[in-house]
Design a binder for this molecule. Sequence first.
Ligand SMILES: Nc1ncnc2c1ncn2[C@@H]1O[C@H](COP(=O)(O)OP(=O)(O)OP(=O)(O)O)[C@@H](O)[C@H]1O
Ligand SMILES: [Mg+2]
Length: 255
Amino acid sequence: MSAPLFEISGLHVAAAASPDAEILRGLDLTIGEGEIHAVMGPNGSGKSTLASTLMGSPEYEVTAGTIRFKGDDIADWPVDERAKAGMFLAFQYPQEVAGVPVRSFLRQAMGQRKGITDMSILEVRLAMMEWMTKLDMDPAFADRMLNEGFSGGEKKRNEILQMAMLDPELAILDETDSGLDIDALRVVAKGVNEIRSARPHMGTLVITHYQRLLDELQPEHVHILIDGRIVQSGGMELASKLEHEGFAPWLEPVS
Ligand SMILES: Nc1ncnc2c1ncn2[C@@H]1O[C@H](COP(=O)(O)OP(=O)(O)OP(=O)(O)O)[C@@H](O)[C@H]1O
Ligand SMILES: [Mg+2]
């Protein structure tokens, strides 16, 4: 049997600046090819820490456990190597990149992913036009500076555009639904679903606070993350229990 696409076991993580205070405290999660997994958890439970650690952010230090991508332990892989191998992260708070238009950024990122130094401008343009139409984006957007003055919804759409064009093996979406209006949320969900059908082997990890995005994406697996650990895994019934009851059923009573 071949190794699963992505396998996290016994993961402990601390902020590099304060290595004694663990944020993730023994997390196990396996994502197979083509699977979509959702992680839900209260504010501060460690969701973004998980996403950033998976992408190799130097802000975090793995203190124990392993992260395997197609069987390889990626502990020492820098961010760009993970991206090149096909890991993609849509950030909760995307950064502005001053003076770089969306189209140039995408051309550079696509080239890096495909290992081509001089990506064809025409190829990038055609792929961009195709996905911008699918994502209901104004073509003028391609000439804007990356994330500069983008509205919340525009930033999120732009991330989905990046995801579509970078052809990931594993996509991690950290609260891609936050701040979206209902129509934009549907566009983003439709985009993710279209990317999934174009790439049926892609694994997806969706971090969200709300059931609405999950209703659109229909993940097979839902995990509840509390205080740095997955305390329960199940299906969509967990998301609807959470929507109705909040996190109380999973929180230990305070004595
Ligand atoms: N670089 C850091 N330095 C110190 N503490 C950190 C750092 N990053 C995260 N933390 C702490 O770790 C905890 C988890 O943060 P994280 O951002 O992962 O939560 P989250 O589950 O994504 O929350 P939210 O739902 O609000 O986005 C928080 O208490 C946070 O203050
Ligand atoms: Mg977060």
